[in-house]
Design a protein around this ligand. Structure first.
Ligand SMILES: [Ca+2]
Length: 308
C-alpha cells in the first residue's frame, strides 16, 4: 500500500470513529432550538468530514469530490442505521450530512477553478463563497434565535415573539395564538389560547432557552379562563433529565377562573416537593401547565411567562 493511500485509510478510519462517537454525546434534544443546533452540527460536521477526505484523497479533483461525497454518505447512512436500531433515527440527518459534504465540495471546486483573473473568477468565487456560507447558515440562524431569547430573559414567553412557536407545543390540547377579546384590549399583544380537552393532562409545554434558574425564586404568568368552566391547573418544572416526566406538587397547583390574573409559582417549593427526583435548578428545560380537571370546551389564556 502506498504511503498516500495508507494516509487516506487512516484519516478515513479516524473520521468514521469520530462520527460514531459524536452520535453518543449527550443529546441536544431538549427543545426545537436545541434540535436546530444539533441538525446544524450535522451539516458542519460532514462539511469538515468532506474537507478532510477531499484533502487526503490521492487523485484528481473528480475522484476527490466523489470520495468526499460518497464516503460522507456511507458514514452518515451507517450512523443513521446504527441509530435506527435504537429507534432514534432521523432520515433528514442523512440529507444534512450529504448537504454539508456537497456544499463543501462545490465551494472548494468552484474556488479551485477560479484561478484565471477576470469576470469568470469573480463569478466563480462569489458562487464559492455563497455555497460555502450555506454550511454555516443553519447554525447562524439557530444561534440568532437563542441570543434573541437570552436577551429577553427573564421573560420566557409572551407569545408576541417572532420565534415563539419553537418554544411551546400543545399536549392533548389545541393552542391558538391570538389577540384577546376587545374588552381586554389594554395593549397586551397576543396570548396563547389553550383549548383544553377531555383527556387527562391537557395543556401546554414550554421549553426554556436560559437554563440556569438559581437566581430566581418565582415563576410568574398570567392565566384566565376565557370560555367554559374554571379549572384546577398544575405547573411542572423539569430539568433535562426529567423532560416529559411529570410529578404533581401542591406548590405548583393553582385554580384558574375567568377573573384570574397573575399567578406566582414558588420555584423552590415545587422543587422541594420533587426532591427525591433531584431536579437541577441550574438546568431547567421544561415548564408544563396541565388542567387537572378534564374540561371539554374550556379555553384558558396564558401570557407573560417569566421569572423573578
Ligand atoms: Ca403577550
Amino acid at each position: 500500500m502506498s504511503n498516500q493511500l495508507l494516509r487516506f485509510v487512516v484519516v478515513f478510519l479516524v473520521l468514521a470513529v469520530a462520527v460514531a462517537v459524536s452520535h453518543f454525546l449527550p443529546g441536544l434534544d431538549g427543545s426545537a432550538i436545541e434540535n436546530g443546533f444539533r441538525n446544524s452540527l450535522h451539516v458542519i460536521g460532514f462539511a469538515v468530514f468532506a474537507a478532510i477526505i477531499f484533502k487526503a484523497t490521492p487523485a484528481s479533483t473528480m475522484l476527490k469530490s466523489i470520495a468526499a461525497i460518497s464516503l460522507a454518505g456511507i458514514i452518515g447512512g451507517f450512523s443513521e442505521y446504527m441509530q435506527s436500531r435504537s429507534g432514534r433515527t432521523d432520515i433528514f440527518d442523512l440529507y444534512r450530512d450529504f448537504g454539508g459534504a456537497i456544499a463543501y465540495v462545490c465551494a472548494k471546486v468552484l474556488w479551485d477553478y477560479s484561478a484565471t483573473p477576470g469576470i469568470r473568477r469573480t463569478i466563480l468565487r462569489t458562487a464559492s463563497v455563497v455555497t460555502g456560507s450555506l454550511i454555516l447558515f443553519p447554525i447562524t440562524y439557530w444561534a440568532g434565535i437563542a441570543v434573541y431569547y437570552i436577551s429577553r430573559s427573564p421573560l420566557i414567553l409572551d407569545f408576541d415573539g417572532r420565534f415563539d412557536s419553537y418554544l411551546f407545543s400543545p399536549i392533548n390540547s389545541q393552542i391558538e395564538i391570538s389577540e384577546i377579546g376587545s374588552e381586554e384590549t389594554d395593549n397586551r399583544g397576543q396570548v396563547a389560547q389553550i383549548h383544553l380537552t377531555h383527556r387527562g393532562r391537557s395543556g401546554i409545554q414550554m421549553s426554556t432557552v436560559v437554563y440556569d434558574w438559581t437566581d430566581y425564586s418565582v415563576l410568574k404568568f398570567e392565566a384566565r379562563v376565557i370560555e367554559g368552566e374554571n379549572t384546577t391547573v398544575t405547573v411542572h418544572i423539569n430539568d433535562y433529565e426529567h423532560i416529559g416526566r411529570f410529578f404533581d406538587t401542591s406548590a405548583g397547583r393553582i385554580f384558574v377562573t375567568n377573573h384570574s390574573g397573575l399567578f406566582e409559582i414558588p420555584i423552590d417549593a415545587v422543587l422541594m416537593e420533587t426532591s427525591e427526583r433531584n431536579i437541577d435548578k441550574s438546568d431547567i428545560r421544561q415548564i408544563v401547565i396541565f388542567a387537572r380537571d378534564k374540561r371539554n370546551g374550556t379555553r384558558m389564556s396564558l401570557d407573560n411567562v417569566r421569572l423573578e
